[in-house]
Write a protein that binds this ligand. Structure first.
Ligand code: PEP
Ligand code: MN
Length: 259
């Protein structure tokens, strides 16, 4: 069978430090991109104090235009390491290039493969050779079968800790950046044991929609959320329309805890 690892060996619960994804509702929060040490430190302290379990700490950014901010790159890993140790919070780092996997592995607690790389099979296999949990985001136009096959690529290399992340797909709807396919959560739960989280930020494309989509994601049975938070979102170097302010994140966490 094509999905033998996904179907037979998938881990239901994945431990990252004190956090158990698949058991406790897990919040991954942080900026779209690491811009400076102060920006990451300030955000890390705030999101941790307000209940986030993991910090987004992205140093390689997959941007639609080659002239947009590309992230701090390898130099950014030093910043991430310092902030992670100072704040004592596990970090999620996206990797774009198979050649960077092992350097990222040196700092990351969780490695992310983003939507645009969901079918980068060389990258999936290299990440599969690490022993760090992997957040695998759904491709922009990926079917659920293609997504699970991407998970199989990682797992077939021996890394069984894959967390799926629904982040919206391309449809004819133009009022949101992508269409958040929340039905994928119960569908995936029926098909496999892998934990499923939801990223409402990239799906919505605007910060005012993040709260309702987050609540719906929790209500439908997801294992957690990934949300973008920035100290000064309007002036962020990427995704400035969708990142939450600190106040909005605090409010979101209070509302989620009531559910
Ligand atoms: C991200 O999470 O930083 C990101 C780029 O998201 P996506 O791959 O879902 O577009
Ligand atoms: Mn972003």
């Amino acid at each position: 069978m094509g999905l033998k690892h996904v179907l037979e060996k998938g881990k239901k619960e994945i431990r990252i430090g004190d956090v158990e994804i698949g058991k406790n509702f897990t919040i991954v929060a942080g900026p779209c991109a690491v811009e400076s040490k102060n920006q990451l430190l300030e955000t890390a302290l705030f999101v941790k104090a307000n209940g986030a379990h993991l910090l987004r700490a992205m140093v390689f950014k997959p941007r639609s235009s080659p002239y947009s901010f590309q992230g701090l790159g390898i130099d950014g890993l030093k910043v991430v390491k310092e902030v992670k140790e100072k704040v004592d919070i596990p970090v999620v780092i996206e990797v774009l290039d198979p050649r960077d996997v092992w350097q990222v592995d040196g700092v990351a607690d969780v490695i992310q493969v983003g939507a645009r790389n969901m079918q980068n099979f060389t990258l999936l296999k290299e990440v599969g050779r690490t022993r760090k949990p992997v957040i695998l985001k759904r491709g922009l136009s990926a079917t659920i079968e293609e997504w699970l096959n991407a998970a199989e690529y990682v797992m077939s290399e021996g890394n069984l800790e894959v967390i799926l992340c629904e982040r919206g797909i391309r449809t004819f709807v133009t009022e949101t950046r992508f269409t958040l396919d929340l039905a994928s959560v119960p569908v995936l739960k029926k098909l496999s044991d892998l934990p499923v989280i939801v990223d409402p930020s990239h799906a919505a494309g605007s910060r005012d929609l993040v709260k309702p989509l987050s609540k719906a994601s929790k209500a439908i049975g997801s294992d957690g959320l990934m949300v973008e938070v920035h100290p000064d979102p309007e002036h962020a170097l990427s995704d400035n329309k969708q990142q939450l302010t600190f106040d909005m994140f605090k409010e979101l966490m209070l509302e989620l805890n009531k559910l």
